[in-house]
Structure formats: structure tokens, C-alpha cells
Design a protein around this ligand. Sequence first.
Ligand SMILES: Cc1cc2nc3c(=O)[nH]c(=O)nc-3n(C[C@H](O)[C@H](O)[C@H](O)COP(=O)(O)OP(=O)(O)OC[C@H]3O[C@@H](n4cnc5c(N)ncnc54)[C@H](O)[C@@H]3O)c2cc1C
Length: 435
Amino acid sequence: MIVIIGAGISGLTLAYHLEKQKKEYILIELKSNENQVGGYIRSVREQEYLYELGPNSLLCDSEVLSFLEELNISNEIIDANVVSKNRYVYKNGAYRKLPSSPVSLLFNSFFSWATKFKIFGEGKVRSKTHSKETLTEFFERRFSREVVDYALDPFVSGIYAGNPDELLVQYTFPSLVEMESQYGSILKGLKKNKSTERKRVISFKNGMQTLPKALATKTKIIYSEKGVQEINRLNDKTWEVVTSETTYQASKVILTTTTHQASQFFVKSNPKFGESLQKIAYAPMVAVHTVYYKNDLKMPLNGFGALHPSKEGLFSLGHVWSSSVFSGRCKENEVLFTTFVGGSRGYEKTRMEDHQIMAKVQKELRELYGVQTLPVSQRLFRWEKALPQYDKYIIESYEIAESLEQQHLYICANWKGGVSIPDCIKKAKTLAEKL
Ligand SMILES: Cc1cc2nc3c(=O)[nH]c(=O)nc-3n(C[C@H](O)[C@H](O)[C@H](O)COP(=O)(O)OP(=O)(O)OC[C@H]3O[C@@H](n4cnc5c(N)ncnc54)[C@H](O)[C@@H]3O)c2cc1C
């Protein structure tokens, strides 16, 4: 029997594929989430308002779209509005539109001419990466400091809420390492690998949680009061998975939880693994939702949102202009901002009281968008451990995890092989085929 621990998108997708293959499995989730399936994916509907507490959107290729079709939720999909192709970054005291193509990069004034020359001359860089090279080192070596500060830094905040000085390129963006090694140039690699497939940024009419909810109807979940407590190796072929109620014997075990939760399972049976998992850092994050009347804003929200490079010293990591990206997020005469506060470099901000964080966000919105009134409403949600950091502390756990695979204990979690929902969906499918 196969035991899957955790019913977030990774565990649910894996269970779904095993169900299709008619393989015997059990999927264990905490009882407290019985009405709240999906782990980090959480949508809250309150009358006309739809708040995403975790992920806001899903970047779909044809593989993910056909998975959604299989789940019968294609009719629930809503595409991001065309305007959301515009992405803004705060630079030298104002929002500037990010160039979206090489041509716009050339003619747009986002980067200095010196940086533009470096970008277009990137193919001439002959040096090669090494196993512990950070994202900052990689991008500074191949491009320039300006690219690090105003493209890499906000991009990494947007995906990992992380610090590019710490994250390792080999684990965070392995495709870049591959391109450097194969083509000697990232730009050349991007050109060669350019897919003709148009990717779609989507959500669902009732929010992102539609996806795990659909999967939950097609899988069997066992809810346990305190969930899995321990994992022990009984003999060459058998694992013992201990929950607060029952002990299961399994030929294969799959971990999908955060490293901190997983580390508890190995305290007695494999303390080395347990300790290495404890060392993996997570960026904390607070998601703040603020609603204003549209007419009270001095700036039109014509885009996906805006990111704030750490160098600019703003309070938040950035704002998603949620009501511009997807319709049906608030009333017609209003706008909804989803603001992210914290990240790996903003721990102290996430320790502030709710009212302090909300006041700081209001002040920032006043200054950036010229809004002079109080919001129609504001609320926040805290993620103490939002996103795992693929830095040097992750390597030891990867090494142990790889050796445990020989004994049929697998990792299918967002701390290995990518954090995005499409990454989780694809990893789960690949693993299901292997089990
Ligand atoms: C604020 C935020 C914004 C994000 N934005 C995006 C975005 O826009 N697009 C995107 O693609 N991705 C985004 N992500 C990333 C993405 O949402 C996550 O990486 C992904 O949802 C992780 O899913 P998972 O199933 O691997 O893990 P989880 O969602 O963590 O699932 C693990 C499950 O294990 C359960 N569990 C824990 N302990 C036990 C136990 N002892 N026994 C049994 N079960 C247990 C948990 O309750 C949970 O349900 C965002 C993440 C955050 C935090």
C-alpha cells in the first residue's frame, strides 16, 4: 500500500493519478482541514468579494489545461484580463512598466543603455556556474547589477518571497544552468527553447480553491486529529506510518508537507534527516486585502500589479491588482489590492500587530496610488511559513531524500523541484507513473 501524507495540491494530484491507475493508497490530512482542503490554496468568498489568501493565479500550459479538463472544471476557468500582461516595477521613486520583449527592452527606458549592452552581449560571457552559485552571483556574472536589483530581485520576491543573495541558481532555476551549459548563453537558450505554445494565466470563478476541491471529490482522504506523527522503517520492504489514531503499514510513503512538519516524523527513526529538514528556511508572508472605491484612485490599475525591489525600501513586496487581473473579485465601482508583506528579508514586518500592518499598507497605497480616503474594507491573513527557500541549507536534505528513495520513501513537496502549482501538479503526475 502507498501512504501519501498531506492533501495539498501535491498530495491530491498524486492520489488522483493513483486512483486512476487503480493503485491502493491512502491520503492522510489533518482533521482541522476537513472543510478546508488544498493546503496553501485558499479562497474566501464573502458576498461580492473573493479573497485569495495564498496563490492568486495559475500559469497553464497545455498539460495543465488538459488536467483541468479531465477534472471537469474547464467551465469554471477565468482567464486573466488582457491588461494584466502589463507588469510594473518600482524604480527610482515611480512605477515603471517592465519590458515584455527584446524589442521593448531596447526601446523602453526601464534599463540604462549600459545594462542594455550587457544584456545583448550576454552570449560573450564565457565563465560557467558552480554548484553553490547564488542567483545574484549568476545574474551579476551574466548580466549586470541593475538586472539583479530591478529584475531578478522583484521576480524572486514574487515567486519565492526570497533573497537572491541566498537562493542557489542550480535548485531555484535549473533551466538557466542547463541553458548556460548547453548554449553558453541564456538569451540563446531562451530563443532556442521558445515554445510556440501560448500559456494562459488563469483562476476560477470561485477562486483557486476550486482546483483542490475538485480533486478532493475524486480521491479518498482520511482525516486524522493530529495527522501523521512518526514514520519508522520496519524492515526492508515495510514502512510504519503512525497517526494519532492508527498505525499503517506501507510499501511506499510519500511526503508532501512542509519540511518542519516532516522533520517531526523522523525525530526518533532518522534524526539526521529530521535535523536537516529543520534547517530549511521558510519565508513568512502576510497577505493583505484592501478594497477602495475606483474613483478614489489617482492611478488606473492597468496591469497585473507592481513589485517592489528591496533596494527601494518600500514596506511591502508588492501589490497584485486583483480586480484588474480577474473579474468578479469585488464590486464594479471598487478595486481590490492583494498586498504581500514580509518575505525572507521582512521577518520583523510580519511580527507587527494586525492593525500596524494594515495601517502601513494603507499609507503605502496612499503614497503610490494617490488614494486619499479610507478603504472600504481591509483584512489580512498570515502565513508563518509561506515559501521554502532553495538555499545552501537545502542540499543536505536533498542528499538524504535521494538515498531514501531507494527504500521507497519519496518527496513530492514544494520544497523540491519547484514551488508553483503547475510544478506541483507535474511532479505528482511523474511520481504516480513511477510508483
Ligand atoms: C502566499 C502565497 C502565494 C503563492 N502564490 C502562488 C501563485 O500565484 N501561483 C502558484 O503557482 N503558486 C503560488 N504559491 C505556491 C503554491 O501555492 C504552493 O507551493 C503549493 O500550493 C504547495 O502545495 P503542496 O501540496 O506541495 O503543499 P501544502 O499546500 O503545504 O500541502 C501539504 C498538506 O499537508 C498537510 N499536513 C501537514 N502536516 C500533516 C501531518 N502531520 N499529517 C497529515 N497531513 C499534514 C497540510 O495540512 C497540507 O494540507 C504561493 C504560495 C503562497 C504561500
